[in-house]
Ligand binder design. Structure first.
Ligand code: PGA
Ligand code: ZN
Length: 432
């Protein structure tokens, strides 16, 4: 272990893709290897997520992360100095002990995650391996099916529509590189349709998607469905639609408020609406159809829409206990995994394992505020999550992840296994 012993931690305040401050750090090991990591940040953040520590006050409008940076370089560094960077479980446990609060609110999940990831990157480097191979520990790598953002709304596009993402899932692609090319075609074709309607297709949303102001939410689905056909792809067989409703964002009182359509719905009518969309469009996956604490609505969604992948983001927040509750109550059949919702690599990996053992699908996800780091791509291959959601085919913080996966696929050559449609939950994706 001497080569992978942690010698020091350097931390600093960097900027994310929205221009907001975020925590970056470098973990340096006794053998001379080092690893850096910059952490992402969400906008449609669930209230049950691990705590992102921000300074408040004047700097950066209160969004500065000097306190989290000081924690990373101070208390957290003290807690891990001398430890083995290759022992992720022990390291993450030490970070959690040092913080001492249930949601990492004292020192910040942003500080904790930066060290957790940087230590793994450093350990892999010390052992002369790419991060995904180090994580695999001898298992076979799996290139994930991408979910690619085509039209954005909600908190990522000035609420152009209420739903947050309409994404392309290139179910019929034979490899990761082909999947990305197909998604690119869908984005381009959809952009042409947007332009033809006299709307602006040049401006991009937070995750690189188109963000046209449409008259209804269904218009966004219709555009992407038409984009798939215009791209020369067969709906469902070649390319399907995934949608992130992000319903927590438009919960109002006991129900839900669709602002662009000026109408309010209760949970049952929202599920009914989604069911109609699923009948009319080639949808295979629905994320956050109901709000983050609407367990009853989620149960109803699972009963009515269980033939689709029902993906929990704000409901589950990469939290083992919330996933266990959803398993008990029969809500969802897939979990979105965002490492910064939980704060450490080990706790995120634990959620992936639990979901997989329970027959659920797993989708690794970036945040709307991202960085040029590519480590998320290695996690998808190394944890064999089967699916990944990173944003659109443009903006460098998005392409950093796609490009990393393209390189991994090229390096693996004939040994590269692509997840394909079978990794989605729900029989619609499987059936084509
Ligand atoms: P966020 O959005 O990173 O802004 O939370 C991503 C998502 O909801 O999937
Ligand atoms: Zn989401």
């Amino acid at each position: 272990m001497s080569a992978t012993r942690i010698e020091s931690v350097l931390a600093w305040e960097a900027l994310d893709s929205r221009g907001n401050p975020t925590v970056a750090c470098e973990v340096r090991l006794a053998g001379g290897a080092n690893g850096t990591a910059t952490v992402p940040s969400g906008a449609s953040t669930g209230s049950h997520e691990a705590h992102e520590l921000r300074d408040g006050g004047e700097r950066y409008g209160g969004r500065g992360v000097h306190r989290a940076v000081a924690a990373a370089a101070g208390e957290l560094a003290d807690a891990v100095r001398g430890m083995d960077a290759a022992d992720t479980a022990a390291l993450d446990a030490a970070l959690r002990r040092a913080d001492g609060s249930p949601h990492l609110s004292r020192l910040g999940a942003n500080a904790v995650l930066a060290i957790s990831v940087a230590a793994a990157v450093a350990a892999a480097s010390a052992e002369g391996m790419p991060l995904h191979r180090w994580l695999l520990g001898g298992a076979a790598p799996l290139l994930p099916m991408p979910m690619v953002n085509i039209v954005s709304g909600g908190a990522h596009a000035g609420r152009a529509v209420d739903l947050q993402d309409v994404l392309a899932v290139p179910l019929g692609a034979g490899c990761f590189a082909e999947a990305i090319e197909w998604a690119w075609r869908v984005r381009r074709a959809t952009a042409e349709l947007v332009t033809a309607r006299g709307l602006n297709a040049a401006l991009v949303a937070d995750e690189g998607g188109l963000g046209p102001a449409l008259a209804s939410n269904e218009d966004a689905l219709e555009l992407v469905a038409m984009g798939i056909e215009r791209a020369g792809l067969r709906p469902l067989e070649d390319c399907a639609i995934a949608v992130d409703i992000a319903a927590t964002q438009f919960q109002a009182g006991e129900g839900y408020r669709l602002a662009v359509e000026d109408r309010s719905l209760d949970a049952a009518s929202l599920v009914e609406l989604l069911g109609g969309w699923a009948r009319r469009y080639p949808i295979v996956s629905i994320e956050d159809p109901l709000g983050e604490d609407d367990w009853e609505g989620w149960r109803l969604a699972a009963t009515r829409l269980g033939y689709l992948q029902l993906l929990g983001d704000d409901l589950l927040v990469t939290d083992r206990e919330r996933v266990e509750r959803a398993l008990d109550e029969g809500c969802a059949n897939a979990v979105l995994v965002k490492p910064n919702q939980t704060g450490t690599l080990s706790s995120a990996a634990e959620v992936v394992d639990l979901a997989r053992r329970s027959g659920w699908a797993t989708v690794l996800s970036a945040r709307s505020g991202e960085t040029e780091d590519g480590w998320l791509a290695d996690l998808a291959v190394g944890w064999r999550t089967g699916q990944i959601k990173v944003g659109s085919t443009m903006r460098s913080e998005r392409t950093a992840k796609w490009n990393r996966l393209l390189r991994i696929e090229a390096e693996l050559g004939a040994a590269a296994e692509f997840a394909g449609r079978r990794t989605l939950a729900g029989r619609r994706a499987a059936g084509g």
